[in-house]
Design a protein around this ligand. Structure first.
Ligand code: MRU
Length: 358
């Protein structure tokens, strides 16, 4: 399946070229395919905050390249680059709060720079580390796709109706996607009747990004309003809800795009299986439970306006953009290290003590 996934690859959102970062502007898709080029940590931090790039793994990868570009500037300034680089670490870490991949990637960069051998060039080491974070995310995507497809097949070998939320595809990662990687793999294996894509209000990652990615690869996709999920589960024979994650805590609670929690409650009621797909970089063993996860709240205009055009009444807005699904509503967490069924603290600890499989 790995080769077939590689052969079917069409979309890329992150490129590292000549020491600069190129990002496909996800605010403009699918109407316009606009690329921007970045050459500083500050510009990358802004791109993450403003959602030019989004999706937990993709923002981690971008931050790593951003840090490498920050280092290049600090080295050119002369003086104590380690001290100067701290403000780049801080700026990038402050760009978005919920996805732990951002902090994980920055930490990988810090650890690499702390391990420099005498005489080793810090910039070469930092650029190589960022490229390795990028490459290992692609590899993890491929491994998770195989594991997720095996899990679907274990329960039912015929084509199925799947429901997904937000965008977890090539746009959100360094490669093929987490949940969408599994869905792509399932399609290649003849296991998909139809993918129902929640539109994912208010930012519309489902209707703008997931529907675009799937349709572009010939995967049968049907778009639905978020509020159609219960009706869909009751009437359309959905067998799996498959989603990604922005942070998974030590007890198996999962933060993901707002609306994921209600899907898990609905899935439990309707006897639909619930799969979370995320690499081990999304697992935060330092947080005990989902109650400890910082949940990003974004500006009210995201709910009050469409394309800058006001349509809502003039009222206060509550706009949390992630929620936490409790572990006991989750059938399986699929990672590149393996699958955890019915997650709990002991199973997560055992998983995280294993070596990476790739
Ligand atoms: O606000 P976003 O678009 O960055 O949120 C993205 C999600 O919630 C995804 O489901 C998650 O990052 C997993 S992506 C592989």
């Amino acid at each position: 399946m790995r080769e077939r996934l590689l052969a079917a690859e069409k979309v890329k959102a992150i490129e590292w070229q000549g020491g600069q970062l190129r990002l496909l502007d996800q605010r403009k898709l699918p109407l316009e395919e606009l690329w921007h080029t970045y050459d500083s940590a500050a510009a990358v931090a802004t791109a993450i905050r403003e959602m030019v790039v989004r999706g937990a793994p993709a923002i981690g990868i971008s931050a790593a390249y951003g840090l490498a570009m920050g280092l290049r500037a600090r080295l050119a300034e002369g003086g104590d680059w380690r001290t100067a680089l701290e403000s780049d670490f801080e700026m990038l870490a402050a760009s978005r709060p919920t996805a732990v991949n951002l902090f994980w990637a920055l930490n990988q960069m810090r650890e690499r720079l702390d391990r420099l051998k005498p005489g080793e060039d810090p910039l070469t080491a930092a650029e190589a580390q960022a490229a390795s974070i990028h490459a290992s995310d692609r590899e993890a995507n491929l491994t998770m796709a195989q594991f997720g497809v095996d899990l679907i097949r274990k329960h039912q070998g015929n084509p199925q109706n799947l429901l997904t939320h937000c965008n977890t595809g090539a746009l959100a990662t360094g490669g093929f996607g987490t949940a969408l990687g599994v869905i792509r793999g399932a399609h290649l294996e003849g296991l998909v009747e139809c993918v129902y894509a929640d539109e994912t209000r208010p930012w519309l990652q489902g209707s703008r990004l997931t529907a675009w990615e799937l349709a572009g690869e010939g995967v049968p996709v049907m778009l639905n309003a978020d509020s159609a999920a219960a009706h869909l589960m009751k009437t359309r024979g959905i067998t799996w809800v498959i989603v990604g994650a922005d942070r998974i805590t030590a007890n198996g609670d999962v933060a993901n795009k707002i609306g994921t929690y209600q899907l898990a409650v609905l899935a439990m009621h309707h006897g639909v299986r619930f799969m979370v797909v995320a690499s081990s970089a999304t697992i935060d063993m330092e947080l005990e439970s989902g109650d400890d996860i910082p949940i990003e709240e974004r500006a009210g205009h995201e709910l009050l306006e469409v394309n800058g055009q006001r349509f809502a009444a003039d009222v206060d807005v509550f706009n949390p953009v992630f929620d936490v699904t409790p572990a006991d509503l989750i059938d399986a967490i699929v990672t590149e290290k393996g699958i955890v069924e019915r997650p709990n603290a002991a199973k997560l600890a055992a998983l995280m003590s294993r070596k990476r499989l790739h």
